[in-house]
Design a protein around this ligand. Sequence first.
Ligand SMILES: *Cc1c(COP(=O)(O)O)cnc(C)c1O
Length: 417
Amino acid sequence: MSGSPVWHPFTQHGLGEDIPLIARGQGAVLHGADGRTWIDAISSWWVTTHGHAHPRIMAAIRAQSEQLDQIIFAGWTHEPAETLAHGLIEITPPALTRVFFSDSGSTAVEVALKMALGYWHNRKQPRQGIIVMEHSYHGDTIGAMSVGARGVFNRPYASLLFDVTAVPFPAEGAEQATLDALEAACKAGAAAFIVEPLVLGAGGMLMYPPSVLAQMAAICARHDVLFIADEVMTGWGRTGTMLACEQAGVVPDILCLSKGLTGGSMPLAVTLAREDIFMAHWSQDRADCFFHSSSYTANPIACAAAVANLAIWRDEPVQARIDTLAALQAAELVAIASHPQVVSTRQCGTIAALDLHADASGYLSNWAVHLNAFGKAHGLLIRPLGNTVYVMPPYCITAEQLAQVYAVVLAGLDRET
Ligand SMILES: *Cc1c(COP(=O)(O)O)cnc(C)c1O
């Protein structure tokens, strides 16, 4: 037993995994309290976009912390939230006119689902069904788990999860089956369809093309089913564009953002909605209001960090960094694809993934445990999903650092320990 009372997320303490104590982060590098360093190949679980401790974000947090730490957000407001909301409206499609704040990707999804059901309820056309995509992940709260894939992650809680209609993942060559299933589910009547645009993250970095995304959105529009884009992972440049939806010309009815919203520095999330979804909750009757809040809704320090993130997108060559990283990833994938353990490779923007020959299958496969430990021992933060290894670094990573990431992965594939 270690001396720490900390219970870590998604960590099997019984396996005796090394749990490094991190003291400092700078750019793409994490520094341990004991002097070891690691390259952060997964952006600290997909959140760190510009690199750790970006000076501009750190300065914004310092400045805001001297002004206002926290204020109730029901019936009160503050400058960082107002500035951020305006900034978000500017960079997202014009049809999205309202910004609702919460604290994490999971809560952004819960809010989206409640908005959708509230919309239909208040319009006196109660619709309850939610359509989802197979292999999806939308978070770990009960509602978010309900709209996500069922499996080892949530088996103990199955009795708490509500029923949804799942359409198959649009695997290459089988896209029509997805579209047909969605058409049928929409026809049967549903409140909303929630989907991760272009890349299903936790489901195994599964990728599908913009054309399928566009067709799915069109089917929902035709049947008046609200289209919820969960861009918690795909947003903020991950797929090569600010939003993944842009690549398909899709304008969602409801949009969830979190992870890169503060550049990965502070917990914050937003759910953006169309004006008529907001207006369905607007009345003289208190019973029609949107009943959702958390204590730290729109925390001023987190909002200030997000405002700094927007400024970085405006003033720094973020898109050029993303394009450079995408090209580097493509080259690295070509090189690693010929390794005998690699079955296939794929890429979407800054995200590169490779499937490995399976000893065991699924999330609990040996590759994940082995490469996670191998990386920790060899200066690399990497966390494969079962037999899928993915590399999703901060945009500031250098070519040399990225080459080092792949060198350690290659060494790990040869199973040296
Ligand atoms: C990570 C993630 C979430 C959940 O976000 P948390 O901040 O971890 O609650 C939701 N949706 C997608 C697509 C995600 O990748």
